[in-house]
Design a protein around this ligand. Structure first.
Ligand SMILES: [Mn+2]
Length: 342
């Protein structure tokens, strides 16, 4: 297996792990399968090294990720700021997983910044911030979970991965690659997956737990979104979906319910760009997906206060839903050539 991080960096991490007693592992807002899977996998390894570890998410994470071992012990910052701040203040190191700038974790980022503790990055998003004490950033990785696996392997071999940790890592890989449909061109990833299967994970069970657990309301919301709220713009090879708070309420929205909705328009022949706009409490949350060379990271950065990966990015605006959708349709004109030549 190719060594992607240099030995000096790994040695520094090893030295750090030997010198600390308590750590926190932090994920981005609206944690997804990779955020939770990679964090639990990494927390497992820290615990193995006798480091008392707490996984912290800024806000709540979806029900379909709650089967992972350790997920019940995750602390949600917005559900108890004081308690989480206490845990962070006692930690000797802060591991930041699956995001690369403190802006991505809102208020929690401001608190962490004020603490002045060593921060270690493990991530695969474009353009990481430079203030991390150690930075394990590798953009071509399928997922942060893959990086966690590689780091554990480099530090101590895979004998240190048990079934539940392997399941969490597998969940991160499978969700971030859309069930191996993108971001997994490196053959080594499949060696890693094979190794994880050697750890006796139940792959079929994991797929069912993640993907086949819609509530009836969630399924109806998907149907409604596609039937009533999808706009197709063939002249831009683009399609988008938008949903208001009222519509979410009507279908008893729970965090994670719209996960994956943004991918559906990409299943339409010739569509290369998909966007999903959803009304939040005080902002519009946006997901972008693309096929091929069209960079949604660039689009999200240039116009929607976001970013991420070339083919999968997020953004947000403080405009109304209508204004946001209008803005999107307007800026598409700037990208017309790129969209058509894709
Ligand atoms: Mn990820």
């Amino acid at each position: 297996m190719t060594q992607i991080f240099d030995r000096t960096l790994l040695d520094k991490l090893n030295a750090l792990l030997k010198s600390i007693k308590k750590a926190v592992v932090i994920t981005h807002v609206n944690p997804d399968g990779d955020a939770i899977g990679s964090s639990l996998g990494w927390a497992y390894y820290l615990c193995k090294n006798n480091i008392e570890t707490t996984v912290i998410t800024p806000n709540r994470f979806p029900e379909f990720l709650k089967w992972m071992e350790g997920s019940n012990d995750i602390k949600v910052y917005y559900d108890g700021r004081k308690q989480v701040e206490q845990i962070i203040s006692e930690a000797d190191a802060i591991f930041c997983l699956d995001f690369n700038t403190l802006n991505r974790i809102d208020d929690l980022g401001k608190y962490i910044e004020s603490m002045n503790k060593p921060m270690i990055l493990i991530d695969h998003h474009l353009e990481p911030a430079s203030y991390f004490y150690l930075s394990f950033s590798y953009i071509p990785a399928s997922s942060t979970a893959e990086l966690v696996y590689r780091i554990i392997m480099e530090l101590s071999g895979t004998k240190n991965i048990d079934t539940s940790a392997a399941e969490a890592i597998y969940a991160g890989i499978v969700t971030d690659t859309g069930m191996f449909s993108h971001s997994c061109a490196n053959p080594e990833l499949f060696i890693i997956v094979a190794n994880l299967m050697e750890c006796n994970i139940d792959k079929d069970k994991i797929h069912t737990l993640i993907y086949d657990n819609f509530t009836v309301d969630r399924m109806m919301l998907l149907g409604y979104s596609l039937n009533e709220r999808m706009v197709v713009l063939p002249e831009y090879r683009t399609a988008y979906i938008y949903l208001t708070c009222v519509e979410l309420d009507k279908y008893k929205f729970q965090p994670g319910d719209t996960e994956g909705f943004v991918n559906y328009p990409l299943s339409i022949k010739n569509i290369v760009l998909s966007a999903f706009f959803v009304e939040g409490v005080n902002h519009i949350k946006i997901s972008f997906r693309s096929r091929g060379e069209f960079s949604v990271n660039k689009l999200a950065r240039e116009h929607f206060n976001g970013g991420g990966h070339k083919n999968a990015s997020g953004g947000r605006t403080l405009l109304t839903l209508n204004e946001t959708v209008k803005l999107f349709e307007t800026v598409l004109e700037n990208y017309k050539d790129e969209l058509l030549e894709n």
